[in-house]
Design a protein around this ligand. Structure first.
Ligand code: GLN
Length: 305
């Protein structure tokens, strides 16, 4: 496995030049655009890494998976009274469908509007402790107590997050949620600013691959139903408005973030984390997608085989 990963990192490296760093959050523009890394954890818990796996990055929208898992596990299908499960075919931070479809009800939990709605839903039940609970759940899945908020990225997001503010205030304005907006946004910004490595993403993905059970301890963190529902939404919505193309070329339930990370789940087999901060026009890691495409083809990982 190590030799395979080293080789595909080498052959995918040039694809880092096919993208650009996210700069709408100024702090993210400081990343190394040529970084490329992968970690893959198998069903025995054994993890193999290649490339720049010591490079830290913020989890960004990959955290939407953790928020969704927490909400569904704690509150079940009632969550879907507030968010849908349909693709948008719009950019990840688009506001348009909030007004034109299901008035005020985001189409899915993996776009910004939907993640904000999910956090609002949790905050209505759990109040100010929401970030602590979500981040504790994330650390537990990653089995890494040292995961913390990158304060510079958090401050940068908070300073420049007016589109997210618009998404939240619109929903509040049409009475879609009653939680205090600034607490909801703060929780969202902090979740996005958690600093991770590819191994953390791979370990979180491995819990999903194992349908909710931590391999090492045998502890169940969420139900099989929660895992199944989350993997389904990752397949249809996890790569925003290129989810269809990604399903065709890679075929692995995944979730991307503008920090350059992608978390991928091969059910029953592998949890995978990749990093490539240079993004394509949809906001997904350009070289990360190439890495996953090569890996999927070589190891026959598409779930549609
Ligand atoms: N924090 C980012 C934002 O809200 C997350 C977006 C992403 O990773 N696609 O814009």
């Amino acid at each position: 496995m190590k030799a395979t990963l080293d080789r595909i990192v080498a052959t995918s490296r040039t694809y880092t030049q096919n993208g650009t760093l996210a700069n709408y959050i100024p702090e993210l523009a400081k990343a190394n655009p040529n970084a490329l890394a992968i970690c893959i954890c198998d069903h025995t818990g054994n993890c193999t890494q290649a490339g720049d796996f010591n490079t830290a990055f913020t989890i960004q929208s990959v955290s939407k998976i953790v928020t969704l898992l927490y909400a569904f596990e704690a509150y079940g299908e009632d969550v879907f009274s507030r968010i849908g499960v349909e693709q948008t075919a719009d950019a990840f931070n688009s506001i348009i469908k909030l007004e034109t479809r299901n008035h005020g009800k985001p189409l899915n939990p993996l776009i910004n509007a939907g993640a904000i709605a999910t956090i609002a839903y949790i905050a209505e039940h759990e109040g100010k402790g929401t970030f602590r609970k979500l981040s504790t759940f994330l650390r537990k899945m990653a089995q890494n107590e040292s995961i913390h908020v990158n304060q510079d990225v958090y401050a940068s997001e908070k300073r420049t997050g007016d589109i997210n503010r618009a998404l939240a205030y619109f929903q509040k304005g049409v009475s879609s949620f009653s939680a205090p907006v600034e607490i909801v946004l703060d929780t969202y910004f902090q979740m996005c600013s958690l600093e991770v490595h590819v191994k953390d993403l791979a370990r979180i993905a491995q819990v999903l691959a194992n349908n909710g059970v931590l391999i090492e301890s045998g502890e169940r963190l969420f139900s099989e139903k929660t895992a199944m529902m989350t993997k389904s939404i990752m397949t249809t919505c996890g790569m925003y408005d290129s989810s269809g193309h990604f399903a065709v070329t890679v075929g692995i339930p995944s979730k991307s973030g503008v920090g350059g990370g992608i978390l991928s789940v091969v059910p029953g087999q592998y949890g995978i984390g990749t990093l490539g901060p240079a993004l394509d026009e949809k906001g997904n890691s350009a070289a990360g997608i190439e890495l996953l495409s090569q890996l999927s083809n070589e190891l026959h990982l598409s779930i549609f085989r």
